[in-house]
Design a protein around this ligand. Structure first.
Ligand code: EPU
Length: 433
């Protein structure tokens, strides 16, 4: 078993360079399949999801080579549009291979998406989008098939704002025949990043970053070089770390506008925020204050900020109400934080974080990337030692979490004992208060 061990640490201080965005990269890498020539990407984070994509790439004949910071994807040898159920279910965004392969191969066979475990995550809007482009979708127990002799542009209204479906249908529409218009599209920077790459490859996309995206289909796409945007979600979690530990942290090489909803909420909670063209500094000079948190799709406060923010609010003055309509069941971290002495009352569709709590180290389990980060943050301020299992989830989003937090002064290390197969019972039991 592998786990992270964290000792109560001094306030975290320093500057940290933010890596490339995970969620952008997961769209950009498959997007290269649409090209007829090699595509070069910079700043792709070396995370577990990337490694699974490399395995899928090998299976289908997409050649990926790495040279320092540059990854080259050569789609000229792609010979298959079959993605194994096992690999597809290793992460959520495997479905982007449908959008990326459908126009060229006419039929994509793929396993169901996996990834973070926080309740229902439907793909009906993806399916609706593919069908509106003329595809037929057939579902089997272990996998599904999307096929279309020819993709034809159409008008598509998404019933909910979804980043995943917006990106997926954008990918498919780029080589469809005629014009596609996406209404109620997601405006996330990651969608814009993928659209910029596609336009550099020769696509004709207008309106990415607004809720109406227009795509004129093209017959072929060329190679290009593109640099992934910085990971706003990682940046936001470090700023919260400053607020929680009473330190001062500067996140560098970021796009501050991508963090506006987050930095504004942190100011509401009492943090001082300073920003320049490509950096943001956060520190706290007064007491942390309770805030009301409601997540939404970009530019509202993203659901991925909710979990680390919850940890921060356990130390705030007062009680905070958190509502996450995007993923209402994303509360596993609350259960784990309660095992460390937090007092979080989970209601139907919301939860209340009681402030002024003293946390105590315990064995806790991370069920997804952001839950893992929220537990790391808790470990930094908890008395004694915190042990976090489910490390594989954290590694899906962070290339080297120990190095990143350690460079700011966190007392954190990775431990592994192959002989240990389950969480020590006594520690778990003694915490069940
Ligand atoms: N939704 C539907 N039908 C669909 C698709 C989505 O009802 O067909 C709903 C979802 O249930 C949710 C909302 O639409 O309520 C938004 O979901 P979205 O499709 O935007 O989420 P996603 O694409 O599956 C991505 C990120 C998540 C992030 C969400 C929301 C990736 C790989 N994942 O997921 O990131 O929380 O957008 O911003 O890009 C993470 O990085 O830790 C993470 C979970």
């Amino acid at each position: 078993m592998k786990w992270l061990e964290i000792q109560q640490s001094n306030p975290l201080q320093g500057r940290i360079k933010v890596p490339g965005s995970k969620n952008s990269s997961l769209g950009l890498l498959p997007a290269a399949c649409l090209s007829d020539e090699p595509v070069h990407l910079h700043n792709i984070p070396d995370i577990q999801d990337y490694r699974v994509i490399c395995e899928i790439a090998e299976d289908i004949g997409l050649k990926i080579t790495k040279n320092g910071d540059q990854i080259t994807l050569d789609p000229r040898g792609i010979h298959s549009a079959v993605v194994s159920p096992e690999k597809a279910s290793a992460f959520r965004a495997s479905y982007y291979f449908i959008g990326a392969l459908l126009a060229k191969f006419k039929k994509v066979t793929i396993g169901y998406p996996g990834g973070d475990n926080f309740g229902s995550r439907p793909i009906d809007q993806h399916i609706k989008g593919f069908e509106r482009l003329g595809a037929k979708c057939t579902f089997f127990k272990e996998y599904y098939q999307i096929e279309a002799e020819e993709l034809r542009g159409n008008e598509i209204y998404f019933d909910v704002i979804t980043m995943g479906a917006t990106m997926n249908i954008l990918l498919a529409a780029v080589r469809a025949k005629g014009k596609t218009v996406l209404y109620n599209a997601a405006r996330d920077p990651e969608v814009v990043d993928v659209a910029i790459l596609l336009n550099n490859m020769g696509a004709k996309i207008r309106g990415a970053g607004t809720d109406k995206i227009t795509i004129e289909g093209v017959d072929s796409l060329q190679g290009c070089t593109h640099s992934v945007i910085p990971d706003r979600l990682i940046a936001g979690a470090f700023l919260m770390t400053a607020g929680l530990t009473g330190g001062r942290i500067t996140v560098e090489e970021i796009i501050p506008e991508h963090l506006h909803s987050c930095t504004t909420k942190l100011e509401e909670a009492g943090l001082t925020i300073e920003m320049g063209d490509s950096w943001v500094t956060a520190y706290i000079e007064k007491e942390l204050q309770a805030v009301q948190v409601k997540t939404g799709m970009y530019p509202a406060l993203g659901t991925d900020f909710q979990q680390p923010m919850t940890t921060m609010l356990t130390r705030a003055n007062g009680n905070s109400l958190v509502v996450d309509p995007i993923f209402p069941e994303r509360t596993n971290h609350c259960v784990q934080l309660n095992r460390m002495g937090a007092n979080i009352a989970i209601h139907d569709g919301s939860f209340t974080v009681m402030g002024n709590r003293t946390l105590t180290g315990n064995w806790v389990h991370a069920t997804d990337v952001r839950a893992g980060i929220s537990l790391i943050l808790a470990g930094l301020v908890a008395k004694g030692t915190t042990y976090i299992t489910g490390v594989e989830h954290i590694e899906r989003g962070y290339a080297d979490v120990v190095q990143a937090f350690g460079s700011l002064g966190a007392r954190i290390k990775m431990c592994e004992d192959p002989a240990m197969t389950e969480i020590p019972q006594m520690a778990a039991d003694s915490s069940a208060v």
